[in-house]
Design a protein around this ligand. Structure first.
Ligand code: APR
Length: 308
């Protein structure tokens, strides 16, 4: 039987994510937005593409949460995106109202779902959704690390002229300026990157990764990145629906892991049918551990602003 996935917010990230999932053919999709006609139009357009992409899924757009009832997974992309000059943190007050209201409605109609948060500031919005839903932490988590890792992998592959497939990276921490790319654990065809590139070059790739979202915002001028964020989210859905037990970096609520308690931050987790099935604790150097704690403290500042 096909699963059911609802995507809240039929903007750039939501619609791109919906189409990416539709191509897989394993779940029916409901696109929901507050703008009348937008999700309906995009949903119908995607449905009309299903004969071409050889997918038998149902796709529909709506403004009514009733249509989302009993979803297996709900993806929250509703909110405003960044414009040039804004940090992800600048979105907190606007998006907190939206994510709070959306989570309440999602929970009402799909009390057993898994929630994947994509709205920014990502870690804070994930913590808010977890708090409002009262779900256990394995069922509410956020997308950020796959995107940050994908950016880092792209830049390394370009620099070394190798397939992106050969590049494996590890990015921890919050989805913002304090993210922690752990270069010691990055490899190309199994060889540590530290043996392949001089330190200053690695540092400049790290810098580009940390500012990767801003680079796209400055180019687009009217919004923020969506192809890579949407496909990163679809990879999480894949791991859950297919019970792949895939180790992926996600924004998860920590309860003592890495010496961090009561805050959502990006760490490697095992994703399967139950959502987060394990939080993977890497052995970090004291410097890496300190950078991760600094990142968690930056997320905590936003949580304090929200008064959770
Ligand atoms: N309920 C449902 N949908 C909403 C609500 C709400 N309360 N408020 C806003 N939306 C919808 C908007 O109508 C819009 O269609 O969310 C959609 C957001 O789409 P875009 O503006 O295209 O933004 P997008 O690029 O998709 O980014 C969405 O993801 O990556 C993050 O930082 C980004 O927080 C932003 C989110």
């Amino acid at each position: 039987m096909r699963g059911k996935i609802s995507i809240i917010g039929a903007g750039n990230v939501g619609a791109t994510c919906a189409f990416s999932i539709a191509e897989k053919g394993y779940a029916d999709i409901v696109l929901l937005d507050i703008i009348e006609g937008l999700p309906q139009g995009k949903g119908l357009d995607m449905l009309e593409a299903t004969p071409i992409i050889d997918s038998d899924v149902e796709i529909m757009g709506t403004n009514d949460y009733k249509e989302t009832a009993n979803s297996d997974i709900v993806i929250i992309t509703s909110g405003v995106a960044r414009k040039p000059g804004m940090s992800r943190d600048d979105l907190v007050l606007t998006n907190m109202k939206i994510v709070r209201e959306v989570t309440e409605k999602v929970v009402q109609h799909s009390p057993n779902c898994i929630i994947v948060v994509v709205s920014n500031p990502l870690d804070a919005m994930t913590q808010l959704s977890l708090h409002i839903s009262k779900f256990p932490r394995n069922r509410v988590f956020g997308q950020s690390g796959i995107l940050d890792s994908a950016r880092f992998r792209t830049f390394i592959a370009q620099e070394l002229n190798v397939s992106v497939k050969n590049v494996s990276t590890c990015v921890l921490g919050g989805h913002g300026d304090t993210m922690v790319p752990v270069t010691r654990l990055c490899t190309v065809g199994g060889v540590p990157i530290t043996e392949l590139l001089p330190e200053e070059e690695i540092n400049s790739l790290v810098e580009r990764t940390v500012k990767g979202g801003g680079e796209i915002v400055n180019l687009l001028k009217t919004g923020s990145a969506f192809y890579a964020p949407a496909t990163a989210t679809a990879q999480m859905v894949n791991a859950i629906i297919l019970d792949k037990k895939e180790i992926l970096p996600c924004a998860a609520y920590l309860e003592g892991e890495y010496g961090i308690n009561g805050v959502v931050v990006g760490v490697p987790v095992k994703l399967g049918k139950n959502g987060i099935e394990q939080i993977i604790e890497l052995k970090l150097t004291p410097e890496e551990g300190a950078a991760l704690k600094k990142s968690a403290n930056a997320v905590r500042e936003l949580i304090d602003i929200m008064n959770l």
